[in-house]
Design a protein around this ligand. Structure first.
Ligand code: NDP
Length: 259
């Protein structure tokens, strides 16, 4: 096998939560380009279906849209069953679904805190649990959690304590799952992006020059990257190319955390 062949995902099945837009859509497209059957898994049915159809026509891959709220365990379990029936056992799970609620810590309601932690951390756990069970039954796989530099550093100037706590939680979850599931040939890794130009940050770039400049000052590279920048790293972590990489967190942030 040549070095580039090791990045191919032909015949593999990849679930991408939040695959309908933003980073998830770019990752779903990258995995499809590498040859995988791709499952777009998010709440909004219409955009999920549209994105899955567009990725299929752009890449020639087989795709499937499965509506799921990652905080609803019954839906997550049913999603994995649907994927097994349609494509077979998932080989790759990308836990990408995530939100932020930016309010000062002293004003954050319990409900807001729970919402962020439930989607970003509990949702990722539920998807890992059910995809992991299928992978255990069927010879292994690769789980990639889309975490954030916010797992390691404070963000400034926006207040986002729930977000940072949830992403730090993904760090511990990844270490423990990698350890518990190594014997089943399941690798678990995190990617930790800096600022990426999606709906989550575009609004700030357009409407809040002070905040956008505060972010840029900490980056070594000048530009806030498009979501497609993350595709090659996630294909690497999903494929045989990273067969000896597990329990790892890879930062991809234009140098944000160096400064
Ligand atoms: P977007 O706001 O563009 O997309 C969020 C995605 O999550 C949507 O696809 C949404 O789909 C899905 N989602 C939200 N809640 C749920 C839920 N309960 N169940 C299933 N799907 C859900 O965000 P980004 O693309 O910017 O972010 C994607 C990931 O990348 C997040 O985990 C985020 O924390 C992380 N990240 C983003 C960075 C950035 O700068 N943009 C930087 C670092 C990390 P739907 O609403 O249809 O359910």
């Amino acid at each position: 096998m040549t070095v580039l062949d090791q990045f191919r995902l032909d015949g593999r099945t990849a679930i991408v939560t939040g695959g309908n837009r933003g980073i998830g859509r770019a990752l779903a497209t990258a995995l499809a380009e590498a040859g995988a059957n791709v499952v777009v898994a998010n709440r909004d049915e219409e955009s999920g279906r549209e994105t899955a159809a567009e990725i299929a026509s752009e890449t020639g891959a087989d795709t499937l849209a499965v509506p799921v709220d990652v905080t609803d365990e019954a839906m997550v379990e049913a999603m994995v069953e649907t994927v097994r029936a349609e494509f077979g056992t998932p080989d790759v799970l990308v836990n990408n679904a995530g939100i932020t609620i930016n309010v000062p810590a002293e004003e954050m309601s319990l409900q807001e805190w729970r919402r962020v932690v439930e989607i970003n951390l509990t949702g990722a756990f539920l998807c890992a649990k059910h995809a992991g069970r299928a992978m255990i039954d069927d010879g292994g796989g690769s789980i990639v959690n889309v975490s954030s530099v916010s797992a390691f550093v404070a963000n400034h100037p926006q207040p986002q304590v729930g977000y940072n706590a949830s992403k730090a939680g993904l760090e511990g979850m990844k270490n423990q799952l990698a350890s518990e599931w190594a014997e089943y040939d399941i690798r678990v890794n995190n990617v930790n992006p800096g600022y990426i130009a999606t709906d989550m940050v575009e609004e700030v770039l357009e409407n809040d020059e002070t905040m956008a400049n505060a972010w840029r000052r900490r980056m070594l590279q000048d530009e806030i990257a498009p979501p497609e920048t993350l595709g090659p790293l996630v294909v690497f972590l999903s494929s045989e190319a990273s067969s000896y990489v597990t329990g790892e967190s890879v930062t991809i942030d234009g140098g944000y955390t160096v400064r």
